[in-house]
Write a protein that binds this ligand. Sequence first.
Ligand code: DC
Length: 225
Amino acid sequence: MVVAVDGPAGAGKSTACRLSAKRLGFAYLDTGAMYRAVAWSLVEQGDSLTAAENVSNQLSRLPLHFGIENGSLVIYHGARQLSDELRQPEMAGWASRISQIPWVRAYLTRWQRRLANAADIVAEGRDMTTVVFPDATVKVYLTADPATRARRRFLEYRAKNIEVDYTDLEAQIRARDQADQERSLAPLRPASDAILLDTSALGIDEVVDRLVEIIRSASTSGAPQ
Ligand code: DC
C-alpha cells in the first residue's frame, strides 16, 4: 500500500509522515532527502550545479544507493552513510535547483518506485501524488501558510543549534515555493483527487491523528481517495 503525501516546505510533512508511518507499521520515505543527496553527491565530486544542469546524464557518476532499513530510508554515498549533512540550510536550495533537471527526476522516480515495491509505505515530497504514485491508495496535500512554515523551520534549526536569520528564512521559503510550483517538470501542486489538510492551526499530534484517520479509513474502504 502506498500513501502519497505532497506539500511545500515546512508544512509538517516529514514529522507527520514519519510518526504516522510508525504508528501504522509502514515504512517512511522522505524523498526530499533523496534530492538533497543528489545535490550533495554532485558537489562532493567537484561538479558545479550549473554543470549538472547542462549535462544530460551523469547517473553513472553518482555512487548513491538508497534502501529501507527498520522502516526508514537509508542513503549511502559509496560506503559513507549520509544523514546530518543533508539537513544543512544550503542543501534545501541546492536540492530545489537540481530537482528541475530531467535526468535527476527520472533517476529518483525509478528509485522511489523500487523502494515502494518492498514495503507498505508513506512517501512524502512534491510529486508523490501527481507523478511518482498516481495510483496511490491515499493521496494527501499537506499545507500551511508561509509565515507558519517559516516559523516551524526556524525553530527546527534553532533546536539543532544551526544559525539562521528568520527574515532570510521566510524569504527563502517563499522563493523555494515559487521555484517548486513553477518548474515545468513535476511542479508542486495538489493532485485533483488529493485530500487537503491545512496544518496552520494544528499541533503535530493533531496532524498525525488526522493523517492516520485518513489512511485507516481509506485502507478499510479499499477505494482510492
Ligand atoms: O522536502 P525537502 O525540503 O527536503 O525538499 C528539498 C527540495 O527537493 C525541494 O525544494 C524540491 C525537491 N523535491 C522535489 O522536487 N520532489 C520531491 N519529491 C521532493 C523534493
